[in-house]
Design a protein around this ligand. Structure first.
Ligand code: BGC
Length: 746
């Protein structure tokens, strides 16, 4: 036997050994679940399907329940959300240990972008296109939260969003299914670690199933009406990626999809998720969404709501109490077969066993570990790096940035300069006993970075909203005394997030007027734009000397911004979502259809699919972001120009750093299937590579294009390829295509 053969054999044996270990583990968990279920009354089973909010804080319309402890002791509650800290979680777990069968509670929380250490909001992190960084951020969040007694995060939010009026764009990964799927998988892996039950991991929850991001008019909770093609091609892929990555749970959503509320939607939950995709975890409702089906008008009362949701495959009821108050009767009246209850409970208990909670219900409640992890200095250090990688350089006239030490007086102006908590953005966690002094403000970050010889001056200028310009004069005076001005403006952190939809997404108040006033001094102005969504800022886009889109960067915001301003980190981020010029362009996304009268020429608008008063193109397109250096693209080569079905080809391209700074470039591959039985978008992102290059350095990278990248869902929702010609485009953004070629699928 030669060595290669022996190695391959050993590898095969080890893989099959591991998979049989996994199978045995699964079997033994199933046996334990079965034995426990034999002991359970129907009431206790229904209790496992019931989740309550703890009274610490609420993330939805709360129902005050005076007897939570009593209900837990009677086995009527399976899980609590919004309680954190080892003291609080251990306290509730002790109550659960007084129940007849001592079934431990599951503690869930929205650990969306960090726990104590707050990372950039998810949409900002998505700008990094850096799967390792994104996974690490979720890993650290899991390490801290699990040390605080939490078992389960309601994240990642994997909803595709193409409407920045919707406040929840901040929680996802933007507009694109390919990028969104990679990020969904990275976040699931980061939260969950290598295997269930690791003490520093959380169960993840991909949400909101499904199509919640397509709410009509960008109004949160609104209806969704979409074709099956769009659902499968754009909105479902990130969920599928999360399932393939082993996500433990899925949350359904508030919206109706084509007239059927997602919570009671059999097609989504039974047919697709638990059927076609064979998802083995459990489904939790969104907050109160079971009961809200009455408002939708799809059911008459709570009895019917419980029937609809459980039949559709929703295993746990968050906060609506419809299951608790109706499932027993529904089973007794033969409306719900016992088998349905058993299936749901089996899925939930399996997770409790996998987490190791039956061996030790207090496994995640170790105060020493909590102290250690919440004060782990590696966490803020990682947050700082990721935050710098999330900042997008949108404009840099005359290479104003990076700043150097020649500027002796810098004016730092604006309502967000000295703000502290704002930097966290929406969906931060109120960790018990931790104050917000831990956040590095933008002022603090910049001050720390400056050497002793540089003067930093401050003026607030104005508030985030309102019309008051009383502070302008002082701001102008400060700017006039300085060599360069940095202006920090944007939204308030609670202007985006859940229930934070806006019809006007311009930079609020008089902040752009403040910019105009400052520019009268003739000093160069760098604008930092803070916010949770793509905003509209025409004046700034046209007149500022430089623009950094800083989103909400979390605990290390100030340090990360200073790192980028001074070039300690050369920005590499690219937008995962289109920035409109005006609200009238929404929804706007790069992968649109050509139409019969394509808008290829902005000047000939009358017979074009375009607007008479505005370009159809976004202000900043998907995939756009500048660097302090520049990159040249050359030498595109295809390994072949014709492939047969099932074969693949390789496209290689050389990228050269032609500027003065070391930097990273995100090289993007787009494809266009020229003719399809279902019309294909003008281009679709199919791959990308993020590479780092020193000045003058070149690297040749390659992309493999095979069946997966050439397929689409046909009329029958089959994932197929069709023969014909494809355009292959390599670019620095979806609009900045640098090299192009064609090939044919035979
Ligand atoms: C949100 C979910 C969240 C849940 C629990 C709901 O209002 O839509 O995303 O996980 O509350 O906080």
């Amino acid at each position: 036997m030669n060595i290669r053969f022996t190695i391959i054999l050993l590898l095969i044996l080890s893989v099959s050994f591991q998979s049989s270990l996994a199978q045995n583990k699964r079997k033994s968990v199933d046996q334990k679940v079965d034995s426990l279920m034999l002991l359970m009354t129907l009431e206790e089973k229904i209790g496992q399907m019931n989740q309550y909010n703890d009274d610490q804080s609420a993330t939805g319309p709360e129902t005050i329940d005076p007897d939570k402890a009593g209900q837990i002791i009677r086995g009527e509650v399976g899980s609590l959300l919004n309680c954190n800290g080892t003291v609080r979680t251990a306290g509730w777990q002790k109550v659960a240990m007084q129940s007849r069968l001592k079934i431990p509670l599951l503690f869930g929380q929205d650990v969306v972008h960090g726990y104590k250490t707050t990372f950039p909001i998810p949409l900002a992190e998505a700008c990094s296109w850096d799967m390792e960084a994104i996974e690490l951020s979720a890993r650290i969040a899991a390490t801290e939260a699990s040390a605080g007694g939490i078992h389960w995060t309601f994240a990642p939010m994997v909803d595709i969003a193409r409407d920045p009026r919707w406040g929840r764009v901040m929680e996802g990964a933007g507009e694109d299914p390919y990028l969104g799927s990679l990020i969904a998988a990275a976040r699931v892996k980061g939260f969950q670690g290598d295997q269930p039950g690791e003490v520093n991991s959380l169960m993840a929850c991909a949400k909101h199933f499904a199509a919640y991001g397509a709410a009509i008019g960008g109004r949160d909770y609104n209806s969704v009406d979409m074709s099956n093609r769009l659902l499968w091609e754009v909105y479902l892929p990130p969920f599928k990626a999360a399932v393939d990555a082993g996500v433990a749970t899925i949350m359904n959503s508030f919206n109706d999809l084509n007239g059927i509320p997602a919570t009671g939607n059999q097609y989504l939950q039974r047919e697709i998720l638990k059927g076609k995709w064979n998802f083995s975890g459990f489904v939790v409702s969104d907050w109160g969404s079971v009961g809200e089906m009455i408002n939708h008008g799809s059911v008459a009362d709570e009895y019917e709501a419980a029937l609809s949701a459980v039949t559709a495959g929703c295993d746990m009821d968050m906060e609506s109490r419809c299951y608790k108050n109706n499932l027993l009767r529904l089973v007794k009246e033969n409306k719900v077969p016992l088998a349905l209850i058993d299936e749901a409970v089996r899925r939930i208990l399996r997770k409790k066993f996998e987490l190791g909670l039956f061996d030790d219900p207090f496994k995640y409640c170790n105060p020493e570990r909590e102290q250690k992890e919440l004060n782990n200095p590696a966490h803020p250090a990682a947050a700082r790096k990721i935050a710098a990688r999330s900042i997008v350089l949108l404009k840099n006239q005359d290479h104003l940035l990076p700043l150097d030490n020649s500027y002796k007086t810098i004016a730092f102006i604006g309502p967000l300069v000295k703000a502290v908590k704002q930097n966290k953005g929406f969906w931060d966690v109120e960790v018990q006993g931790v104050d917000s002094g831990f956040i590095v403000s933008q002022w603090e970050g910049l001050k720390r970075r400056l050497d002793a010889g540089t003067n930093l001056l401050y003026a607030k200028g104005c508030n985030i909203d309102g019309n008051n310009k009383d502070g302008f004069d002082e701001a102008i005076a400060v700017a006039a005394k300085s060599d360069v001005v940095i202006l920090s403006i944007g939204e308030r952190r609670d202007m985006s997030g859940e229930a934070k939809s806006r019809s006007n997404i311009c930079i609020p108040g008089v902040q752009e007027d403040l910019l105009k006033a400052l520019l009268t001094t003739g000093k160069p102005v760098i604008v930092l734009i803070n916010g949770g969504r793509p905003m509209v800022f025409d004046y700034t886009a046209e007149h500022a000397n430089a623009i950094l889109y800083t989103w909400w960067l979390g605990s290390e915001a100030g340090n990360a911004i200073a790192d980028v301003l001074f070039g300690d980190y050369n920005p590499s981020a690219k937008l995962p979502i289109s920035f409109p010029r005006s609200v009238g362009q929404i929804p706007i996304y790069y992968s649109y259809f050509n139409t019969g009268r394509p808008a290829t020429d902005d000047s000939n608008r009358f017979y074009n699919s375009s607007y008479n008063d505005l370009s159809i193109y976004p202000r900043y397109e998907f995939g756009f972001g500048l660097s302090y250096t520049s990159f040249a693209y050359s030498n595109l080569q295809l390994s072949t120009k014709k492939i047969k079905a099932g074969e693949s080809l390789t496209a290689s391209v050389t990228i050269t750093n032609t500027g003065k700074y070391e930097g990273e470039e995100i090289v993007q591959l787009y494809l266009k299937d020229k003719v399809g039985s279902i019309v294909r978008p003008v281009k679709e992102l199919k791959d990308f590579k993020k590479i780092s290059l020193k000045p003058g350095e070149s690297k040749t990278i390659s992309f493999i294009i095979g069946k997966e990248k050439l397929s689409f869902f046909n009329q029958n929702l089959e994932w197929v390829t069709e023969p014909g010609e494809f355009s292959l485009m390599i670019g620095a953004s979806s609009a900045d295509i640098r090299l192009e070629d064609r090939f044919e699928l035979l």
